[in-house]
Design a protein around this ligand. Structure first.
Ligand code: CTP
Length: 402
């Protein structure tokens, strides 16, 4: 079933030769299951008849403020009804009016009243398209949040060749299908997600530290996935060579467990979801030498003291937050992971078993098992870390909704 099924779409047609293409566009929308309300500017009726479009859309077409028998066409109601409005073709004149708030016909009044996303597909001759005023109007419209469906390069009605052809109906359909598909997966919109990633480095002296093999990849992939799904993401990461991160993710670089602890606590009260994917060192050297330690004795002992358990400390103070932890186990995996979930007051734990081939540090793949706070166990397949990140976010969204 198409994502367009049941969607309410206003098709606004203005007066250009490309208006003839809207007949096939309406057919495509209806075939995809959309409800289509066509509104035409008076000039567009010279290019295609309202009767054609009413027949194809199976609805009356509106062209003016007054219906038959003195009844008023309520443009405000139309603007609120729609899930999406698309101006195709959008002529230079209609673009200019849209950009400047003019509403001398029903179509423009509906545009100004619309609360839904508005797309526009410019269609005009190449010189009109290239004129600085058209460029400026397009820029203005986009700055208001309207979405341009770029016109194509090719033969124009004038016989000239250049940019200005309205995008083909199939391409417009694809653009709005993609839009609705993406919108339906923006399931973390409005949520602030804090993620820890990577190792921590616990200094011994100015040149040495205690660290581990974590690359940070799992945490980075989770951050990317959460951002893709609309979350406001802060990634608190220990030292890593990874660079590739969604530009909307705020990256906070730390080195030690104590620094990571501090950053997590600073962000905790405003966070909705916290995911601890970092491999935090459990211990740190009790004393950090000021100068490089020289090799004198045959044996050398470093006294370690416990680092704070970041997730457990958040679990103690959590209010509305949804807390997710990882567990890396080598034996009695499920039992140990359940204990960790309980002890740290988590809502979900992601278990990595080193007994699973393909799972663990430095590998591109991972095999995890989810355990929720009702102790339901959900084993997953071996997958790329990107795919595991998607599964983790899916599971969080499901459990969080509960
Ligand atoms: N974690 C943390 N702070 C620590 C240690 C761990 O926030 N000081 C988090 C990790 O990010 C991970 C989870 O706790 O999400 C589990 O860490 P793990 O090292 O597997 O478990 P521990 O609780 O340290 O227990 P143990 O090492 O005894 O298995």
């Amino acid at each position: 079933m198409s994502v367009l099924s049941g969607k309410k779409i206003i098709l606004g047609i203005s007066g250009g030769i490309a208006a003839y293409k809207t007949a096939s566009f309406v057919r495509l929308l209806i075939k995809a299951g959309a409800q289509v309300q066509v509104i035409m500017s008076p000039a567009s009726c010279d290019f295609i008849t309202p009767l054609t479009l009413a027949t194809l859309s199976k609805r009356p077409v509106y062209t003016q403020f007054e219906k038959d028998f003195g009844e008023w066409t309520n443009h405000v109601e139309l603007g609120l009804w729609a899930d999406l409005m698309i101006m195709a073709p959008a002529t230079a004149n209609t673009l200019a009016k849209m950009a400047n708030g003019l509403c001398d016909n029903l179509l423009l009044a509906t545009y100004l009243s619309a609360k839904c996303p508005v797309f526009f597909a410019p269609a005009m001759d190449l010189d009109m398209f290239a004129h600085p005023s058209t460029t400026e109007n397009t820029r203005k419209l986009k700055s208001y949040g309207n979405i341009e469906i770029e016109s194509a390069y090719g033969e124009l009605a004038s016989g000239l060749i250049g940019q200005g052809r309205m995008a083909e109906p199939e391409d417009i359909l694809q653009t709005i299908t993609d839009f609705f598909n993406n919108q339906s997966t923006l399931d973390l919109k409005g949520k602030k997600v804090v993620i820890t990633a990577g190792p921590t480095y616990e200094p011994i002296d100015p040149v040495r530290f205690i660290g581990n093999h974590s690359t940070g990849k799992m945490g980075f992939d989770i951050a990317n996935e959460a951002a893709k799904r609309g979350a406001e993401v802060v990634l608190i990461t220990g030292p890593t060579y990874l660079k590739s991160i969604n530009s909307s993710v705020k990256v906070v670089s730390v080195s030690t467990a104590n620094q990571m602890y501090k950053q997590c606590h600073e962000l905790f009260s405003s966070a909705h979801i916290v995911i601890g994917a970092a491999a935090v060192a459990d211990y740190r050297p009790k004393v950090v030498a000021d100068q490089k330690i020289k090799k004198n004795d045959e044996e050398f002992t470093i006294v370690l003291e416990k680092n704070p358990d970041i997730l457990a400390s958040l679990g103690e103070i959590k209010a509305h937050q949804f807390l997710v932890g990882f567990a890396l186990e080598t034996e009695n995996e499920i039992e140990y992971a359940k204990n960790k979930l309980k002890k740290k007051n988590l809502d979900l734990i992601v278990l990595n078993s080193l007994n699973d081939t393909g799972a663990g540090f430095g590998k591109p793949t991972n095999k995890v098992t989810f355990i929720d706070n009702d102790f339901n166990v959900f084993p997953q397949e071996l997958k790329s870390k990107e795919a595991v990140a998607k599964d983790i976010i899916d599971q969080i969204v499901k459990s969080y909704a509960k």
